[in-house]
Design a protein around this ligand. Structure first.
Ligand SMILES: NC(=O)c1ccc[n+]([C@@H]2O[C@H](COP(=O)([O-])OP(=O)(O)OC[C@H]3O[C@@H](n4cnc5c(N)ncnc54)[C@H](OP(=O)(O)O)[C@@H]3O)[C@@H](O)[C@H]2O)c1
Length: 338
């Protein structure tokens, strides 16, 4: 089978090569998936270019996010069968509850081989069935960005209808956050570097949009847009340029989910900010298989369609990575495999 291979983390886009590998065989409680589509996350760009802070194995098959059809099951498999349309879970060994200490050692497309391949062997508890209204391209967008947004909003922040979430930028995590907010009756305030993207976000249901380039004090603008009250929750994906302002945007007792570092990893935080706002802060690591299934139930009930910016062919992976690196996208970037 054909796979993409990266010799080592940080080797750069030009080091990515298509190579032949033997067809993998599913062992006990594993399934063989014929991959139809993958999607890109900011993390994948970081892994290829360097700067990703978790372990990356050598000769890696990149990408955590993929969807396809189960074509073979190993002994002991009962959750899925041949013919089922599934997506892989970001962590192959986090079925439910609190993550174990070794969960990061099971991260697809980082610690272990990912899904940018014609076939992938995944753990039985490392796949979920897709909502029926989704295509495989759409299903491939869910494992990392969508599960992360869902986990932060409904497991950490426990948002309820009528509350307000602040979303940063118009990438994968934030646009799923916007779609979930819309479905659940939560007000979404979103920031972007582009007025055009803000218009698009408003068409998707954002209550307010703030350009963080032309309004550097966007945390004050967010409070104003929320009727003078701090927001209930922030999906903090910006990192060093946004972290302090995120605490400025929340109400007393508000919540900040620490997710990413789009502007670079933040190195300092004044504890006075947490203290003065009595803030509730939690780091998010994507989510478990169970969280993925709960999210899929809501996606199915609300017929949510992931927002796909652009679809690339299997031979166009380098262009797809350059596209995410340029930050011009809105929502998710897909690579067709099968
Ligand atoms: N902890 C976890 O489990 C987890 C899971 C998923 C993602 N992440 C992290 O979360 C971050 C977002 O990931 P993603 O895949 O959604 O990224 P993405 O799709 O690549 O999002 C990129 C967008 O973010 C916006 N952005 C860039 N710099 C910004 C800044 N300083 N302030 C506000 N927005 C900014 C830009 O939007 P505009 O063009 O609209 O300005 C850009 O287009 C990354 O750091 C990623 O590694 C972490």
């Amino acid at each position: 089978m054909r796979v993409y291979q990266l010799p080592k983390g940080g080797a750069g886009i030009d080091a990515l090569a298509i190579v032949e590998r033997p067809m993998p065989k599913p062992l006990y409680r594993q399934v063989l998936v014929k991959v139809a589509a993958c999607s890109l996350n900011f993390r994948d760009y970081g892994i290829v270019h360097g700067g990703y802070r978790m372990p990356v194995r050598e000769n890696l098959i990149p990408l955590s996010d993929g969807a396809g059809e189960v074509v073979e099951t190993g002994p002991g498999v009962s959750r899925v069968k041949a013919g089922d349309k599934v997506a892989g879970c970001f962590f192959q060994r986090w079925p439910a509850g609190e993550p174990g200490p070794l969960v990061h050692a099971s991260a697809l497309g980082g610690s272990i081989d990912g899904v940018l391949a014609e076939y992938a062997v995944l753990e039985e508890d490392g796949v979920v069935k897709l909502p029926q209204h989704l295509s495989l391209d759409e299903g491939a967008t869910l494992p990392c960005a969508a599960v992360t947004a869902w986990h932060a909003m409904f497991h950490h922040a426990k948002l309820i209808a009528g509350q307000t979430v602040l979303l940063q930028g118009t990438g994968g995590v934030s646009i799923f956050g916007l779609q979930f907010a819309r479905a659940m009756g939560i007000n979404a305030i979103i920031t972007s570097s582009s007025d055009e993207k803000l218009q698009h976000a408003k068409m998707l249901g954002a209550a307010a949009g703030i350009n963080y380039k032309t309004t550097p004090d966007w945390e004050k603008a967010a409070i104003e847009a929320n009727g003078g009250r701090g927001v209930d929750h922030v999906l903090e994906v910006g990192g060093k340029d946004t972290l302090t302002k995120s605490f400025g945007a929340i109400r007393v007792n508000g919540k900040v989910s620490i997710i990413g570092g789009l502007s670079g990893g933040a190195r300092e935080l004044n504890p006075g900010l947490i203290f003065s706002k009595r803030a509730n802060v939690q780091g998010i690591s994507v989510g478990s298989m169970e969280t993925f299934e709960q999210m899929n139930a809501a996606i199915a009930a609300n017929k949510i369609k992931p927002v796909i910016d652009r679809v690339f062919g299997f031979d166009e992976v380098k262009a797809a990575l350059q596209h995410i690196g340029a930050g011009a996208h809105f929502g998710k970037i897909v690579v067709k495999v099968g």
